[in-house]
Write a protein that binds this ligand. Structure first.
Ligand code: SF4
Length: 332
């Protein structure tokens, strides 16, 4: 391992907090365009803020190799002074996991408290195959009782842990949110270049559901004129139902400036006819307001009713509160 590694984009000024930790991270592995680094971690559980104040969040990795074009979490790398948004998918930080330290934090939780894994970055991204931090966390949680545990991912790797999740669920409440934005493989490859194919994600829904772990399929984000047709959303909900999911949800895209830096050039390349309309709407406000979100909510409700599917039973993740977590809890 190499310690004290410096990157070409490191700014000359003195780094503090999470930026200092990131700049001194040990290299775990480098392959192709992706570099994996180990990040010293003061604590694993982060306390939510604002509307998430009663939630504990866990993100085993910083950065995400899946490289979704709409990803808002790219912003997190800015806290580490890594300002090129593409570094988010090429410099992946794995938190240095210490089982005893994590167990100590978990023991402090009260019964009924919610711990959500993967609120910012995907806990089953490719790095997890090798470092197994998410799995090791679940092994610790399997010894606990009375917690409310959730996971959000768009990776079929979560199915690897189906039996383990079943054991965690024996004494705790467990829920998995699996994101499937479209069943169209070509579109999925464009939007989420290195995420598993929709078909693989559905297989994971099936496997988790078969062992009794409740799965909510999320068709987030709903992007105007890209994946928002009733036909497209209905197809995802129908497939979710057929594969045993217990609930379905979909909400409109939001685009903070950090996400716009990647999403707008992507549109120019792949959907040039949409560029003007997206710029007009999102440059004014990161969130779509008014008729569109209402129309999508009605559409999703109608689709859910048609498939007799429940709404998701999980906390919403207000973006600004998410980003606060990165800002105030560098070790988390
Ligand atoms: S899986 Fe999630 S964290 Fe990873 S790039 Fe996609 S949106 Fe971002």
């Amino acid at each position: 391992m190499t310690s004290g590694l410096r990157f070409p984009d490191d700014p000359p000024r003195k780094l503090v907090g999470i930026a200092r930790l990131a700049a001194s991270a040990d290299v775990l592995e480098a392959k192709r365009q992706v570099e994996y680094l180990e990040l010293e971690t003061r604590r694993f559980l982060g306390r939510g803020s604002g509307r998430m104040a009663d939630i504990w969040t866990v993100n085993p990795y910083r950065g995400c190799e899946f490289g979704c074009k709409y990803c808002y979490a790219r912003y997190a790398h800015e806290f580490m002074e890594l300002r090129d948004p593409e570094l988010f998918e090429r410099k992946i930080y794995a938190k240095r996991f210490e089982r005893s330290a994590f167990r100590t934090e978990v023991h402090r939780l009260k019964r009924g408290e919610t711990v959500w894994i993967g609120t910012a970055t995907d806990p089953y991204q490719p790095a997890e195959r090798r470092y197994k931090i998410t799995r090791r966390m679940l092994e610790v949680l399997a010894a606990e009782r009375g917690l409310d545990i959730g996971i959000t991912t768009k990776s079929d790797l979560v199915a690897r842990d189906a039996e383990l999740l079943f054991r965690v669920a024996a004494k705790n409440r467990v829920r998995v949110n699996l994101t499937i934005t479209t069943l169209d493989e070509t579109l999925a490859r464009l939007l989420e270049p290195r995420a598993p194919r929709p078909e693989l994600r559905l297989a994971a829904v099936r496997k988790l559901s078969a062992v009794g772990v409740p799965v909510c399929v999320l068709a987030h984000p709903v992007m105007p004129l890209i994946n928002d047709s009733e036909q497209s959303l209905d197809a995802v909900c129908a497939a979710a139902t057929a594969n045993g999911a217990s609930s379905f949800s979909a909400a409109p895209l939001f685009l903070k400036p950090c996400a716009q830096q990647v999403f707008f050039p992507f549109l120019e390349q792949r959907f040039p006819h949409l560029v003007r309309r997206y710029r007009e709407r999102f440059e004014r406000n990161a969130y779509l307001k008014g008729h569109y979100p209402e129309m999508i909510a009605e559409r999703v409700e109608k689709i859910r009713a048609h498939h007799k599917m429940a709404a998701r039973d999980a906390p919403e993740w207000p973006l600004d509160d998410q980003l606060d977590l990165f800002a105030v809890a560098p070790g988390a």
